[in-house]
Design a protein around this ligand. Structure first.
Ligand code: PLP
Length: 384
């Protein structure tokens, strides 16, 4: 039985409260609160008006693939050809395609916790077994090679990477990424590298594992998209860059499931991936300022332990000091924060991070200030 996405269900409950007139502050959403930049919108409108409204090739139009190849080369130092690229209805579908074609029933897939729960559910859909590698704040939620190797068995087929990470904001250093590449080669693993947050970094740059050599690129599916960097969550455009046979299998699967992603959204995405990076810089810089704001405010609350996220737009404070009495776990705590503080968050259990609460800072500074103040008051009441 598939688990429903609690992230979406909390957001739905918060929306229902909002519809009833309750002043709910949402720190639960996984999407930028900015408008899609105007040139991207204009390109899609132009595509509609010029009749670009029919089926396209299943794996995407050539000019979009070329824009993605350009992005991968310039930003990620990943080499790809048109035959390696499959455009899908969001990175989520790209990940699903990859899991379905790479995994056989009974295969084990390594997930590095805290992780985005979709990986586990998609792996299960493919009949595979998620195996969790636990990390904690002491290493900035980064795994060591030893922690990963400990979980490898003869059934291990793949490892999923997500740096920068949802929910921890962890960014794996180049050295860590190299160590993971080496162990993937040594243990004959596929790497599914979800790099959807690659541009939302606040210091060090993200390292694409497929950039580290042709041997590791030959066993890596690099997944990306425009949802987060360009505030295009509703457009549903994501991509995978994979070795040719894998890309072909993913295309054949998609052919029978959804066919091509939306034609005019693809035209908008061409514009996005070709956009000069300084045009997205204000959004990235605003996320960085919000990160500093939310972490500063959280660190003022007694007994809250929170590490500094290096990327994405989530804080993952450890609130286990507040789990007592009727607040038995982080799920109760997130419900309590919604009911009493009217702030929507996501319980860490969803990401295999019990005792933690995920707070998205894809919210205005004003809402971050108000939201954390309410949370601080609710926590103070709990400890009184
Ligand atoms: C880690 C991660 N990967 C992938 C996605 C999905 O992105 P898309 O909108 O391109 O399907 C999300 C969205 O929340 C995410 O957090």
């Amino acid at each position: 039985m598939l688990k429903p996405s609690p992230t979406l269900s909390i957001a739905a409950r918060a929306n229902a409260m909002k519809a009833e007139g309750v002043d709910v502050i949402s720190l639960s959403a996984g999407e930028p609160d900015f408008e899609t930049p105007e040139p991207i919108r204009a390109a899609a409108i132009e595509a509609i008006n010029s009749g670009f409204t029919k089926y396209t090739p299943t794996s995407g139009i050539k000019d979009l693939k070329e824009a993605i190849i350009h992005k991968l080369s310039v930003e990620n130092q990943v080499a790809a050809a048109v035959e390696n690229v499959v455009v899908s209805c969001g990175a989520k579908q790209s990940l699903y395609n990859a899991m379905m074609v790479l995994l056989e029933p009974g295969d084990e897939v390594l997930l590095i916790a805290p992780y985005w729960m979709t990986y586990a559910e998609q792996a299960r859909l493919a009949g595979a077994v998620p195996v969790v590698v636990h990390t904690d704040a002491s290493t900035g939620f980064t795994p060591t090679a030893e922690q990963i190797i400990e979980k490898i068995t003869p059934r291990t087929r793949a490892i999923v990477l997500n740096s920068p990470s949802n929910p921890s904001g962890a960014l794996y250093s180049r050295e860590t990424t190299k160590a993971i590449a080496q162990l993937a080669l040594r243990h004959d693993l596929w790497v599914i590298s979800d790099e959807i947050y690659d541009r939302l970094v606040y210091g060090e740059k993200a390292t694409s594992i497929a950039s580290l050599g042709s041997d590791i690129a030959e066993r890596t599916v690099t997944v990306g998209g425009c949802s987060k960097t360009y505030a295009m969550t509703g457009w549903r455009i994501g991509f995978a860059a994979a070795p040719k046979p894998v890309a072909l299998a993913m295309t054949n699967l998609q052919d029978q499931v959804t066919s091509n992603p939306n034609s005019f959204a693809q035209k908008g995405a061409v514009k996005a991936f070709r956009m000069p990076s300084d045009q997205c810089e204000p959004m990235r810089a605003e996320f960085e300022a919000r990160r500093d704001l939310i972490i500063g405010l959280l660190r003022e609350i007694p007994n809250v332990d929170v590490s500094m996220p290096k990327g994405a737009f989530y804080a993952l404070p450890n609130l286990s000091a507040y789990l007592r009495g009727r607040i038995t776990d982080d799920i109760c705590l997130a419900e309590h924060l919604l009911d009493k503080a009217m702030v929507a968050t996501v319980p860490g259990t969803v990401f295999e991070a019990p005792g933690h609460i995920r707070m998205s800072y894809a919210a205005s500074r004003e809402n971050i200030r108000r939201g954390i103040e309410r949370i601080a008051n609710a926590l103070q009441e709990l400890s009184a």
